[in-house]
Design a protein around this ligand. Structure first.
Ligand code: MN
Length: 404
């Protein structure tokens, strides 16, 4: 039992019943306060916790940690320490803030900040970024639209967690404005490409996992070992310019239609915190090759929502999906990624691919929700969307719900 996951634990910090940050969560991120102090932080309710201040006040003395491990502008050094240390730190935070304990008022002043007085920064310096394509419904939908509904999945899809290497430099924090990308497109009625702003700007609802330090080049990580190398997860929006993508992707895959921006959430929720929400995935048929076999429940029940807002209407729900719909799970993705001896490093990011559920309300992109533009989506102000307009705002939410 991971101590911090005790579902009955309450904190002495007030937490409302609908908060995404009960004491069972204890995510990790990088915080900046108004006096420009930057620290590795966590969050309970509407307060951030300055882990560097806690460490300086000797709250982590029982754990083998460098003095400056939380005095950092990214989580990368902490990610190098590995799962036993990540778990000890999270368990200790749960203990410190447990309602059975008290904290000195003078300590509270330096450790806690109200969330609205804190700026969240990029949590990780992403070394390498990979995007998978692991939702069967998404792959099927794309196959139906662009190829043949009778052979929607390509022959490799049920055997390989298909993925491609993406661009790490343009992974940005949620809230950062993005610019409509320009590029080459092939107009439907033309044999030669034109250049200009993308007219088919889209989002992709994804989750990503962040790795700890992997093994040496030439070594592999098995499905049994994979969870030990995964620190946690964030929400991931793989912004996509469909018209640019369509013209450029043959034969080497996505490029400039993707690399202009991908947005992530500021808090990384640990895999440990997600353990209580494990569920079985779809039974994989045909049988996978031995290196992709796994044991236990490896999917996770994470509710996902996408809301679209604009300057004249509030964010409005356009998709409701769930991370449990993934066909290939994270242990298979990581085992596949390293099966050729490719090494992974602390701070690598691996995104799931668009997560679409079986029903049309659960599709994870405008491309699918509007079925390639053929079914426009009505908006609260009477307008409709096939793809994203200038000044639109997109919100993605992810949450787990305890049955207690
Ligand atoms: Mn994607």
């Amino acid at each position: 039992m991971i101590k911090a996951n005790d579902p009955y634990r309450k904190s002495w910090i007030e937490v409302t019943s609908h908060s995404d940050f009960p004491i069972q969560n204890i995510p990790f991120g990088i915080c900046k306060t108004s006096d420009k102090t930057i620290y590795v932080g966590s969050r309970i309710g509407d307060y951030t916790i300055n882990l560097n201040a806690l460490h300086k006040l000797n709250y982590f003395n029982e754990i083998s940690l460098d003095r400056d491990i939380f005095n950092k502008e990214t989580l990368n050094d902490f990610l190098k320490l590995g799962k036993p240390i990540w778990r000890q730190v999270r368990d200790r935070i749960a203990e410190i803030f447990d309602s059975n304990n008290v904290m000195d008022e003078s300590h509270k002043t330096v450790v806690l900040s109200k969330i609205d007085e804190v700026e969240m920064l990029m949590p990780v310096k992403v070394g390498d970024y990979t995007d998978f394509y692991s939702s069967r419904q998404h792959a099927y939908n794309i196959g139906c639209m662009f190829r043949d509904p009778n052979n929607a999945l390509l022959p490799n899809w049920l055997h390989i967690p298909v993925g491609y290497h993406g661009r790490a430099s343009s992974i940005i924090l949620s809230g950062t404005n993005i610019y409509r990308p320009k590029g080459q497109k092939l107009p439907d009625d033309s044999d030669s490409p034109s250049f200009g702003p993308s007219k088919l700007l889209d989002f992709e609802l994804e989750m990503a996992f962040i790795t700890g330090q992997g093994k040496n080049l030439g070594e592999t990580i098995s499905t049994q070992e994979a969870d030990d190398y995964i620190f946690g997860m964030c929400i991931f929006n793989d912004w996509s310019a469909r018209d640019i993508q369509k013209w450029e992707y043959v034969p080497l895959g996505p490029f400039l239609g993707k690399s202009f921006a991908s947005s992530i959430s500021p808090w990384i929720v640990t895999l440990d915190a997600l353990e209580p929400f494990r569920v079985a995935g779809e039974i994989q048929k045909p049988k996978v090759l031995p290196y992709l076999k796994f044991e236990g429940n490896k999917n996770i029940d994470i509710n996902l929502e996408v809301l679209l807002g604009s300057y004249n209407f509030d964010p409005h729900l356009i998709s409701k999906s769930n991370y449990k719909y993934m066909y290939w799970n994270m242990t298979q993705q990581l085992a596949h990624h390293t099966i050729n001896g490719c090494n992974i490093n602390a701070g690598d990011m691996m995104a799931s691919g668009t997560i679409s559920g079986n029903s049309p309300e659960a599709y994870g992109s405008m491309l699918e929700l509007s079925w390639k533009g053929s079914k426009p989506i009505p908006m609260p102000d009477g307008s409709e969307r096939k793809f994203l307009n200038d000044n639109d705002t997109l919100i993605m939410r992810a949450y787990c719900q305890s049955k207690i």
